[in-house]
Design a protein around this ligand. Structure first.
Ligand code: AMP
Ligand code: GLY
Length: 421
């Protein structure tokens, strides 16, 4: 089989390495991939948002199956376009991808179907939003409606910050049309849990839970990033929480999308907060999370491509999705300065014996040498029987990798470890 994977980060590298385990796979193309992914797939310089380019490539190269991993192409309708030329895909169609593409849609969906989430108001013009903010309880949470590279959420502790957030989104359009409408919602507290789930619209099978570490600095200080590391499973996701999520959130969400005529097929990501009043949805994503994928898929014992095809063929009910009982930890190595200014172009040295567990996010090949080319450069994952063992093994691998200006958090997994004790 010839497989096409759209995307080019650590998540895509993880998916590709896992798909490669299937014996029927002859060749994998990554569009656009990256310098590290090039070791596992044929990278082609077609951008993930270039839907026409992706479709033309898929047709010309007689692709048998495509995986569309990032949010942008999904929301733009890459799956619809590939299906239209007869190529089966993993990922939701455009109508279903709106669950991530529009926060107004997802909040209204949850309200309509009684799925627990933060209370909220939708604003379509800045004057109403500014008026509301004058008396809103603080902190308050301001979210751009559309995709904003993960930066569209502002938690305002004071009114001045809230006013600035509304003005920058709605008037200055820092996120373009994504900020034309906004959601202002109640601030929730509690531990966060990420749960990715396979669903074909009839059946939903959650994957092992995970915990992201979004802030740049140790002890959750500093700026928000795309994710500095993950562990799985997440100790806050107890059996009783899992049961409650399945009954009150996961299945109702699948059913709600069906009822709206927007059947979701693919990986549905639930960003949850375990509040005193039970689990609530912070956000939905229409795709695998990054860097959650880097800890979840290494624990998957079933064949990934088989499960993906079952989702496409709507036979997930008859397909085993089995995870190991072990633990995984992924530490992201970034360029010093990320998520702000950083330098690139430094040679990366990865010993061959650990290359299997290194997922490259931001690197390019230059004269055959792998060099840094992004804020988050790579993720290193280790699995073990215990969380402590996984953390130690991941950091031991980190110490074997070198590039100039490398930075990583030293405390990935520590919060989870404390929660376990
Ligand atoms: P998002 O970009 O939607 O993942 O949101 C980024 C982060 O903002 C989340 O991971 C939460 O930590 C935080 N957040 C979002 N919504 C809320 C909320 N209603 N209350 C508290 N924190 C929130
Ligand atoms: N790790 C959060 C996300 O993928 O959106």
């Amino acid at each position: 089989m010839k497989i096409l994977v759209v995307g080019g980060g650590g998540r895509e590298h993880t998916i590709i390495k896992k798909i490669k385990e299937n014996k029927n796979v002859e060749e994998i193309f990554a569009l656009p991939g990256n310098g590290g992914i090039a070791a596992d797939a044929t990278c082609v310089q077609i951008g993930a948002k270039d839907i026409d380019g992706i479709v033309a490539f898929a047709k010309e190269n007689k692709i048998d199956y495509a995986v569309v991993a990032p949010d942008d192409p999904l929301v733009l309708g890459a799956v619809d376009a590939l299906n239209a030329i007869g190529i089966p895909c993993f990922g939701p169609n455009k109508a279903a991808a709106i669950i991530e593409g529009s926060k107004v849609f997802s909040k209204n969906l949850m309200k309509k179907y009684g799925i627990p989430t933060a209370d909220y108001n939708v604003f379509t013009n800045p004057s109403d939003a500014l008026e509301f903010i004058k008396t809103a309880p603080l902190p308050t949470v301001i979210k751009a409606d559309g995709l904003a590279l993960g930066k569209g959420v502002i938690i305002a502790e004071d009114r001045e910050t809230a006013v600035d957030a509304v003005k920058s989104m709605m008037e200055d359009k820092v996120f373009g049309e994504s900020g034309s409408n906004i959601v202002i919602e109640e601030f929730l507290t509690g531990p966060e849990v990420s749960v990715l789930a396979f669903t074909d619209g009839k059946t939903l099978k959650p994957m092992v839970s995970s915990m992201d570490h979004k802030r740049a600095g140790d002890n959750d200080t500093g700026l928000n990033t795309g994710g500095m590391g993950t562990v799985a499973p997440n100790p806050y996701y107890t059996e009783s929480v899992a049961k409650e999520c399945m009954e009150k959130i996961f299945i109702p969400t699948m059913n709600a999308m069906n009822a709206e005529g927007r059947t979701f097929k693919g990986c549905l990501y639930f960003g949850l907060m375990i509040t005193e009043k039970g689990p609530k949805v912070i956000e939905y994503n229409c795709r695998f999370g990054d860097p959650e994928t880097q800890v979840v898929l290494p624990l998957l014992e079933s064949d990934l491509l088989t499960v993906m095809q079952a989702v496409t063929n709507e036979t997930l009910a008859d397909t085993e999705v089995k995870f190991s009982d072990g633990h995984a930890c992924c530490v992201v190595m970034a360029s010093k300065g990320y998520p702000q200014k950083y330098e690139s172009g430094f040679e990366i040295d990865i010993p061959a014996e650990i290359a299997d567990s290194v997922y490259v996010a931001g690197a390019k090949l230059d004269d055959g040498k792998l060099k840094t080319a992004g804020g988050r450069v790579l993720g290193v994952t280790a699995t073990a029987d215990t969380l402590e063992g996984a953390i130690n093994a991941a950091y031991a691998k980190v110490n074997q990798i070198s590039f100039a200006n490398a930075y990583c958090r030293k405390d990935i997994g520590q919060r989870a470890l404390k929660a376990l004790k």
